[in-house]
Design a protein around this ligand. Structure first.
Ligand SMILES: COc1cc(/C=C/C(=O)SCCNC(=O)CCNC(=O)[C@H](O)C(C)(C)COP(=O)(O)OP(=O)(O)OC[C@H]2O[C@@H](n3cnc4c(N)ncnc43)[C@H](O)[C@@H]2OP(=O)(O)O)ccc1O
Ligand SMILES: O=C(O)CCC(=O)C(=O)O
Ligand SMILES: [Fe+2]
Length: 351
């Protein structure tokens, strides 16, 4: 019998918690119209040949490596790191755990949806902002905001809880190293108890799931956006699909998966704090017609209550502030309230 489309798509995907994974598994031959993106948002202008920098972190405190990191953050806003010190078995385990979470029945996963979750720090959902999007995105996600080990142990879903926490904790040294190097160029002293919260006072880990998609060229898995983090550490599997805006602001460059590597990108908070010196670059994810993909970003952020703005150390040389001060949680709420729209969130705080 030919597969049939659920009569109420929102009910099936969101309310019942089947997600796009559920849609994919029905075996639909064509993409539901709700996912059809306008022409200009589909994947175009992807150039081959170019690549974001790949940085070997073995000698991370070598001046040459520090320069590579800061130069990449200024020019590309994105780079991959190898020999980064996060054990490879930890990375493998969190990818497996991601698959394990999504393999649960919809009735189990939906217990973590916005409407049902026992903690507002744990959220399972589909697309980005289904209430405000004109066209939906082909992605399911589980978002885990870290508050304490106790909350993670009691509230995060058991199939992925320990692995997600381990990945977050084992990435801590890498995150501090990267931030210290980036801050040094901004004349900010080493991260200590006084300034740590502003740069890495909160963390959110997302487990993204992108199932096989019919007519994948008509939609996107994630639309154009920049992250609102200080920086993001992204683990991707071997499938590929992440594209970043090229320095010419026009083309898109594919981030080819490298086994064991982590992708690092600068987020809006660091762009603002560096007064535009480090770039939070637009990126997007294509949908795949033949393979399921997972990715696991760790968003490293200020605390929600922190005020972000250009750092005094950056303005000390007399340069004009390009951004207003804003309470970080107001900035993030603004991001979550609207559909993905490229670099528009940062316009909210531009002077
Ligand atoms: C999901 O697809 C994505 C996600 C991304 C993410 C990119 C990032 O850079 S995430 C890093 C964001 N930074 C932080 O989370 C740290 C700071 N956190 C905060 O400031 C707060 O925790 C808060 C996120 C603002 C929530 O504050 P709270 O007081 O609890 O306010 P709420 O009323 O609960 O939520 C406000 C507003 O945001 C929506 N929202 C909350 N959490 C999420 C979430 N995990 N995913 C999606 N949306 C979320 C919530 O629905 C509220 O909106 P309403 O309209 O319902 O009022 C990149 C690309 C992707 O595709
Ligand atoms: O899946 C990816 O490669 C990127 C995901 C992403 O950009 C995000 O979750 O913010
Ligand atoms: Fe992103």
């Amino acid at each position: 019998m030919a597969p049939t489309m659920p009569s109420d798509l929102t009910e099936f995907v969101i309310v019942e918690g089947n997600g796009v994974k559920g849609l994919s598994e029905i075996g639909l031959k064509s993409l539901p119209r709700e996912y059809i993106q306008p022409l200009e948002e589909r994947m175009m202008n992807v150039v081959g040949g170019d690549s974001i920098p790949i940085i070997d972190m073995s000698n991370w405190d070598d001046q040459k490596v520090e320069d590579e990191i800061c130069d990449a953050a200024e020019k590309w806003g994105f780079f991959q790191v190898i020999n980064h010190g996060v054990p490879l078995h930890v990375l493998e385990k969190v990818k497996d755990a991601t698959h394990r979470f999504y393999e649960m029945e919809a009735e189990e996963k939906v217990k973590y949806s916005k409407e049902n979750s026992a903690s507002k720090h744990v959220r399972y959902g589909s697309s980005f902002s289904p209430e405000s999007e004109k066209a939906l995105e082909w992605k399911d996600y589980l978002s885990l905001f870290y508050v304490s080990d106790h909350e993670a142990a009691t509230m995060w879903p058991p199939p992925c809880r320990d692995e997600a926490l381990e990945y977050m904790k084992r990435s801590e040294i890498l995150i501090k190293r990267l931030l210290n190097v980036l801050l040094k160029r901004l004349n900010v002293s080493e991260i200590d108890e006084k300034n740590e919260a502003l740069f890495m006072g909160s963390k959110r880990i997302n487990l993204n799931y992108y199932p096989i998609c019919p007519n994948h060229d008509l939609t996107v898995a994630i639309g154009r956006h920049s992250d609102v983090s200080t920086l993001t550490v992204l683990l991707q599997d071997e499938i590929g699909g992440l594209h970043v805006r090229a320095p010419n602001h026009h083309d898109w460059i594919h981030v080819s998966p490298i086994s064991g590597a982590l992708v690092i990108n600068i987020g809006d908070a660091l762009q603002v704090m560096s007064n535009g010196r480090y770039k939070s670059i637009e990126h997007r994810v294509s949908a795949n017609g033949s393979k399921t993909r997972v990715s696991v970003p760790i968003f490293v952020n200020p605390r929600p209550s922190d005020v972000i703005g250009p750092l005094p150390q950056v303005l000390a040389n007399g340069e004009q502030a390009m951004y207003k001060n804003v309470v970080y949680s107001d900035y993030v709420k603004y991001f979550f309230r609207k559909p993905h729209d490229g670099k528009m969130t940062v316009e909210y705080v531009k002077i």
